[in-house]
Design a protein around this ligand. Structure first.
Ligand code: FAD
Length: 276
């Protein structure tokens, strides 16, 4: 039994090369005995079938696999069909999201928010699925206000979620405060911190800009100063993210969820340094 409950997130590969790479990544990371792994889902996009294929592939290896499912841009019939297929494959764990519409795609769909998706899943599938939802310690970029975002988070948990995974962050205090505030609103499910290993400066800044996660100035400046020196970026990133995880583990968080980007090395190195 792993002393730290781990989960790893992958995205569905689009090419045979990507499929082979993900299998190799998985083979390395399953040695850390994760509680489950999850596979992302693209709203309205071509990765939807890829999510199912990846999840089925993983489940065949005896690993608990949780597909992500976003409701934006989909009809209830579409969502019901996908969930029915997961159930037929014996999948019992799902990450329920609103998602984001790819630019240029019009219709919002029948369910507007993740809370509505959670209610839909509970109404149609009862307790078949263990449902995870997303939390935002630094608030969702479209939120009207921090308070409103927290209330919306509490709403989707109360709609029937079993657990939550957060957006990544580099400031542990944002996470601790978020958990305290959520508890005050009656949220009593585990809130597992999402962890982003640092391996690439420009990619990190781009992702963070999109999802509203803050990269503290001292981290951004140091990473920038390394230029193309990937080894220094990796070594510094490893130190920073391991320190963050250590602080979280010391505070007895319910687990760590790694955004692996389908690469094993950094996630594995961090977990090993933590003694996982
Ligand atoms: P919601 O909880 O619905 O919230 C979205 C926004 O609406 C927030 O600003 C919230 O405050 C507001 N809101 C909620 N309810 C109401 C209401 N009733 N009235 C008014 N405003 C409301 N994206 C993908 O496309 N595929 C993935 O696989 C994926 N996986 C993710 C996994 C994790 C752990 C996380 C943290 C994010 C993931 N995302 C994924 C990104 C996510 O889809 C986006 O952040 C998206 O913009 C919001 O999704 P949500 O489920 O958090 O939305």
């Amino acid at each position: 039994m792993n002393p730290i409950e781990l989960s790893f997130e992958f995205f569905p590969p689009k090419t045979q090369e990507g499929i082979d790479k993900l299998r190799a990544t998985r083979a390395e990371l399953v040695m850390l005995k994760p509680k489950f792994v999850s596979v992302t889902f693209g709203a309205g996009g071509s990765t939807q079938q890829g999510t199912l294929a990846a999840v089925v592939d993983i489940a065949k290896e005896g690993i608990e696999a949780a597909p992500h499912l976003s409701c934006i841009g989909s009809s209830k019939d579409d969502l019901r069909a996908i969930l029915t297929e997961y159930r037929a494959h014996g999948i019992r764990h799902i990450v329920a999201l609103r998602g984001d519409l790819p630019s240029g795609m019009g219709a919002v769909g029948e369910l507007r928010y993740a809370s509505e998706l959670v209610s839909f899943i509970r109404a149609e599938f009862g307790d078949w699925f263990w449902i995870e939802v997303a939390g935002y310690p630094e608030y969702h970029p479209q939120a009207r206000s921090p308070r409103h975002d927290l209330e919306n988070f509490a709403r989707k948990v109360k709609a029937g979620a079993n657990s939550a995974i957060t957006q990544y962050f580099f400031n542990a205090d944002a996470y601790f405060r978020f958990v305290d505030d959520a508890r005050k609103l009656g949220v009593d499910v585990p809130i597992v911190p999402g962890i982003m290993p640092i391996t690439n400066f420009s990619q990190l800044m781009r992702f963070s800009e999109m999802c509203g996660a803050e990269v503290p100035r001292w981290i951004a400046r140091r990473l920038e100063s390394f230029g193309d020196d990937r080894e220094s970026i990796r070594a510094f990133g490893l130190d920073v993210v391991t320190d963050l995880c250590r602080r979280l583990v010391d505070a007895k968080v319910p687990g760590l969820h790694f955004y692996t980007l389908n690469a094993a090395a950094s996630t594995k190195a961090i977990c090993e340094r933590l003694g996982a």
